[in-house]
Design a protein around this ligand. Structure first.
Ligand SMILES: Cc1cc2nc3c(=O)[nH]c(=O)nc-3n(C[C@H](O)[C@H](O)[C@H](O)COP(=O)(O)OP(=O)(O)OC[C@H]3O[C@@H](n4cnc5c(N)ncnc54)[C@H](O)[C@@H]3O)c2cc1C
Length: 412
């Protein structure tokens, strides 16, 4: 079988590795000069950075499996730490290295900045949600879900709403409660303690997966067409023409707005949300007490310690920051951080279509299309999750397995 994978983001990478590993003649077409898509490395003023700060969770099992398979050792490339949510308003929840669910229970009960009554009410609520398998009777917004559960206190402000914004990239007032519940099921609610861990990249995003995948695919007989934007996809009786080249099948692993340009039957309508990453270089000895810190000022949401004084401030979704110019935004974030010395360098990177907007009851297509020889992959097709690296990789692997005629069962 000869298969074209169109789009070399994490979904296309997942698909191509699965196909090449099964001995399929695979060609991966990527419009950019390197693999990675929305999660790639870039060079700015001599600094090797990511196009946007990314956080991975222990629950990202398929990514970890793919990394191991291609010789990118997650233990070396990712720093695994039990989850802590710490903010500058006095809230702190730190999970111990105990078996689940004791780790979350203990973290919740010992959280700073929350009263006992609220802690017990939340523990009871989580038990109930778990007892229902994290399935909600109807999908609604996260805000309405929390209101209905009486989650209106400090934990909502310091835990649930920031986690929702970080995971789904839209505020609780607009985010799908069912998708948020799915994220909780596979992270804080998981029976495996490791799933609740934070995985902080020690290297750039490119070094985690796209660069090792480029080497592995080339070494395993795949053809990589970097810098090739496919303009034409045509299902013909004797095969699928990809810019005139005949393949037996194709996996379209582009973002949704590009998929429909290739073949109208792939049209899927979404709204999109931005993510801004503001890199600030401080003196090399500058450290955060914990590498992921929740900010509670007007603009900053999360700040990540990238080591050697480089901090990455992340602003998810539409918000007040959009009214500011670049210099004003940098000044506002620096003021909120209130570090003793000013930064010596900064870079603002805005990804305007970082994620699709994961509203309640959003219609999400899966891998199937009207032509069984053409499959779809991409974060938007993995309906269990919001736009995530893990959803992207799972979607790519699922599409590849569908072509190979296998069932696909993710490891969690
Ligand atoms: C700033 C930012 C921060 C994020 N933070 C997180 C995070 O912390 N954790 C997390 O899990 N997720 C995060 N995400 C989401 C995550 O990056 C995405 O869900 C994931 O990268 C999507 O991968 P994908 O392969 O589905 O799509 P994409 O990455 O969009 O890949 C599609 C690829 O197709 C290529 N392409 C398009 N058209 C063509 C064509 N005609 N021919 C050839 N190639 C084509 C594109 O160049 C692109 O490389 C973040 C995203 C951004 C932007």
């Amino acid at each position: 079988m000869k298969v074209a994978v169109i789009g070399g983001g994490w979904a296309g990478i997942g698909a191509a590795i699965e196909l090449a590993g099964a001995g399929v003649e695979t060609t991966l077409f990527e419009a950019g000069r390197s693999l990675g898509g929305r999660a790639r490395s870039i060079t700015v003023d001599g600094h090797r950075l990511d196009n946007g700060q990314h956080i991975l969770l222990g629950a990202y099992r398929e990514i970890l499996e793919v990394m191991r398979r291609i010789g990118a050792d997650p233990e070396q490339l990712l720093e695994r730490r039990p989850l802590q949510v710490v903010d500058d308003a006095g809230f702190r929840m730190a999970l111990p290295k105990w078996p689940a669910p004791l780790n979350f229970a203990w973290g919740l009960l010992t959280a700073h900045g929350v009263g006992w009554r609220e802690k017990f009410a939340t523990a009871r609520w989580m038990q109930g949600v778990k007892a229902h398998g994290f399935r909600l009777a109807i999908d609604t917004t996260v805000a309405e879900w929390l209101d209905g559960a009486g989650q209106t206190g400090e934990l909502r402000r310091h835990l649930w709403e920031p986690l929702c914004l970080a995971a789904i990239n839209i505020p609780a007032e607009r985010a799908s409660a069912q998708v948020f519940a799915n994220v909780l099921r596979d992270s804080l609610g998981s029976a495996q303690r490791e799933d609740t861990d934070l995985l902080m990249p020690r290297v750039t995003l490119g070094q985690l997966l796209p660069e090792p995948a480029t080497r592995w695919l080339a070494a395993n007989g795949s053809t990589l067409r970097l810098g090739h934007r496919v303009a034409n996809l045509a299902p013909l009786p004797h095969g699928i023409a990809v810019d005139g080249e005949i393949h037996d099948a194709a996996i379209v692993a582009t973002a949704p707005q590009h998929a429909s340009q290739l073949w109208p039957a792939l049209a899927a309508e979404f709204d999109y949300e931005p993510i801004v990453t503001v890199y600030l270089q401080f003196a090399a000895k500058t450290r955060l007490a914990f590498p992921l810190h929740k900010q509670s000022g007007k603009y900053g949401q999360w700040v990540v310690d990238r080591g050697r004084g480089l901090l990455a401030c992340v602003l998810s979704g539409h918000g007040a920051w959009e009214a500011l110019g670049e210099a004003e935004l940098v000044a506002a974030l620096v003021a909120e951080l209130a570090l003793p010395t000013p930064p010596t360098w900064h870079k603002v990177i805005c990804e305007r279509r970082a994620t699709f907007a994961c509203h309640p009851n959003l219609a999400r297509p899966d891998h199937r299309t009207p032509d069984p020889r053409i499959l779809r992959a991409g974060d938007y097709t993995w309906a269990e999750y919001p736009a995530t690296l893990e959803g992207a990789v799972r979607s790519g692997r699922r599409a590849a397995h569908a072509l190979l005629g296998n069932d696909y069962n993710p490891t969690s």
